[in-house]
Design a protein around this ligand. Structure first.
Ligand SMILES: [Zn+2]
Ligand SMILES: [Zn+2]
Length: 307
């Protein structure tokens, strides 16, 4: 008989304090960071050792140590001694950590489709089930139909306010090293810092006016103006603050980030965001299926094909 599955800490949901940052704010504070996304990406490809990330990334010891500490603290990595005398540690992805794969797959796919200069450097995706090059299609977990931003109804739930959904105000210097690494150049401009993340979230919630962005984010006007200009430069937003087709195509990353946040973190008042699929009426759970064979995608079933 196989051994019973081990139930460890990492299958539990983290209860957040009442009235404080909600799951969205916590997730944006963690994932709205270019180094963290790069570290997770390599972890999903099998890197477990400190030296492994040092080899793969132009990252400093201080930055890597800080990010690994944060990922461990929030339960995405488990720091495990794999050798004694001298004692050595490795960082294993927990279920919670592995659960970010749909977010990273969405980023990979978006960069492949919308950042032409970059596509040569980026590997393509092959689905192991059908053996074909594919792209992930966002579908509703309940009915299986493809879903876009206009197919969902809903918004903030009981713990959802703008204030509680904002990532906490840690000061971070711009990490130019990650930009040199250049893995997700435009994604970094979109979600590589907390203001951009929050602003993109607001745009997907239908915010259209400069003063509303400013009020909802409680952000200085100069900051809002700067980010909106960057979004327009990237062609994800029009000069009058509407998401373009390129901006709307980032939707799978946004909904998977919300889904991951609310799967692993919980505010006592209830969900931060509640969405229903308009067509089938069920609560929306994002899933991907293969664009070629239509089978539901699993994180381990995707190969990288050199571009
Ligand atoms: Zn549905
Ligand atoms: Zn397939």
């Amino acid at each position: 008989m196989p051994p019973p599955p081990s139930v460890s800490e990492d299958v539990r949901v983290t209860d957040l304090p009442a009235g404080g940052r909600n799951p969205i704010g916590v997730a944006l504070g963690l994932l709205g960071d270019e180094w963290t996304l790069l570290i997770l990406r390599h972890a999903l490809q099998g890197v477990r050792l400190y030296g492994g990330w040092m080899r793969e990334l132009p990252i400093s010891n201080a930055v890597l140590t800080g990010r690994l500490g944060r990922l461990t603290e929030l339960g995405l990595l488990d720091r495990v001694a794999y050798q004694r005398r001298p004692e050595r540690f490795e960082y294993r992805l927990t279920r919670r950590g592995r659960g970010v794969w749909p977010i990273l797959l969405g980023i990979w796919s978006w960069e492949l489709s919308w950042v032409p200069r970059y596509t040569e450097a980026l590997p393509g995706m092959r689905h192991q089930v059908c053996g074909e090059l594919f792209s992930p299609v966002l579908v509703c977990g309940a009915c299986g139909e493809p879903v876009g931003p206009r197919n969902l109804v809903g918004g903030f739930g009981p713990s959802g306010t703008w204030e509680r959904s904002m990532p906490s105000a840690t000061t971070r210097r711009r990490s130019s090293g990650a930009q040199r690494a250049g893995f997700f150049p435009q994604t970094t401009a979109l979600v590589g810092n907390r203001w951009s993340c929050a602003l993109l979230g607001a745009a997907f919630q239908g915010t259209r006016r400069f003063s509303d962005f400013e009020r909802q984010l409680s952000a200085p006007p100069v900051m809002v103006a700067d980010r909106l200009r960057t979004f327009a430069d990237l062609d994800v937003m029009t000069p009058d603050y509407r998401l373009t087709a390129k901006g709307l195509a980032f939707f799978p990353v946004v909904v998977h980030t919300m889904d991951w946040a609310q799967t692993w973190f919980r505010s006592p008042e209830g969900p931060a965001m509640v969405y229903t699929h308009r067509t089938c009426g069920h609560p929306f759970e994002p899933r991907y299926r293969c664009s070629v064979c239509a089978v539901r995608l699993r994180g381990g079933a995707i190969d990288r094909v050199p571009g």
